[in-house]
Design a protein around this ligand. Sequence first.
Ligand SMILES: Cc1ncc(COP(=O)(O)O)c(C=O)c1O
Ligand SMILES: N[C@@H](CCCC[NH3+])C(=O)O
Length: 490
Amino acid sequence: MTTPQPAPASPLAPAWLPAPGDADALVPGLWAAGVDRDDAGRLTVQGLGAPDLAAEFGTPLLVLDEDDFRARARAFRSGFDAAFADLCGGADVYYAGKSLLTLSTARWAAEEGLRVDTASGGELAVALRAGVDPAHIGLHGNNKSDAELTAALEAGVGRIIVDSIDELEHLAALAAEQGRRAPVMLRLTPGVHAHTHDFIATAHEDQKFGLSLAPATTDRDGNVAGRSPASVAVAAALAAESVDLLGVHCHIGSQIFEADGFGLAAERVLEFLAQVKAEHGVELAELDLGGGHGIAYTAVDAPRPPAEIAAALADDVQKALERLQLACPRISIEPGRAISGPAGLTLYTVGVTKTVDADTPDGGTAARRYVAVDGGMSDNPRPVLYDADYTAVSAARTSDAQAVLTRVVGKHCESGDVLVRDVYLPEDLGRGDLLAVPATGAYTHVMASNYNALTRPAVVAVAGGRARVIIRRETQEDLFAREADPRLGR
Ligand SMILES: Cc1ncc(COP(=O)(O)O)c(C=O)c1O
Ligand SMILES: N[C@@H](CCCC[NH3+])C(=O)O
């Protein structure tokens, strides 16, 4: 192992970035449980060296620690079951497939006793093909097609989460035509503004998801309505013979750390259930409190462990139930990122490096080093989409060179193509070195694109100290396979 040189902080560094320390250190909490460094300084996943993984499978490479994924799934399951045992006889955990859905991850979730939340007909097909019990699948979406709704009804999914009055009426008619009853949860927007990026906050009023709890001033035809879309939907669902109204759902957003937003949303939705009871004499059986639990992408993020999240929520639910004199509905949650995110890391190979003079906030200039890698916004669009911060370490070796402020960029024809905006990395990092970016399991592979005709990376799962490909790397032939062109004979 090497001893890094102490380095001065850069005036370009954002206030949140910890002072440069040992740039090769693996900050606790950022990496999957199986990640370590060996005596030669190589990053390892369950003992497998990053250079060996890169040599065998190529880079960019999404490496998943399967054991870590499973452990996080179990922690949610047991944490929520324990916290809600006395109050509500336990709780169900739906793995939010949108964060990383493959045949393997769907199977791992089901094997750990989780159910699966799907957000489209495609995700539903993956969950079904993986062998997930249809009764343990939920189908979401603000604009499901007839084909998607029909597939869900035919498969016999446990719940269809209905997003609007329009969709409720449409689904009721579709189910009636098919001689079926649709198992429905109504998605409510409890008006909680979560502390997260606007694009991933989902429970405030003015956005595309869900049925508002606030009384509407006008209905769809512009007439004064006075009732909330949520109560209009409940009345319509209870009246529809082809609808089995199971309960209600809410989801306040994603990458949220504070307990207060989750507690407030639960309280508001329980108040709504009490209102439904008073109005219709019906106690709805199920309440889904969504996902959105934050994970650590950099050293400054401090996620709460699942058992703590569960205990705080159970406390809030208990207080609300007592105040409202309600029996506890069956509780469920839908974590995605908190299970798949920390289980993943991405390996990249370094290519071009350069150092430029950048303007400092006080009007001076300071050096900023750019390190370009062989992937970019096509394998991880989150920094570009949400200003998401990540970090990185050198993965093939440690170094005793000074740590310098570095921006890790991709290879796309786009100046905003940044993967890690600010990180201190050893000054001697250069062509052929490997970089590892932690916490990339969620919303990377599933949001990847072929921008600039780059092929999507492979996904490798490591379990029991062995690596296997669960999604093969795309080839250029895969890109051509979709094209119709006379020279291809089609
Ligand atoms: C309805 C719903 N449930 C669950 C999730 C999962 O969120 P996360 O991956 O942040 O836990 C999302 C995504 O934000 C969602 O929209
Ligand atoms: N894709 C988003 C989260 C959206 C979740 C779906 N409602 C992210 O990467 O943070």
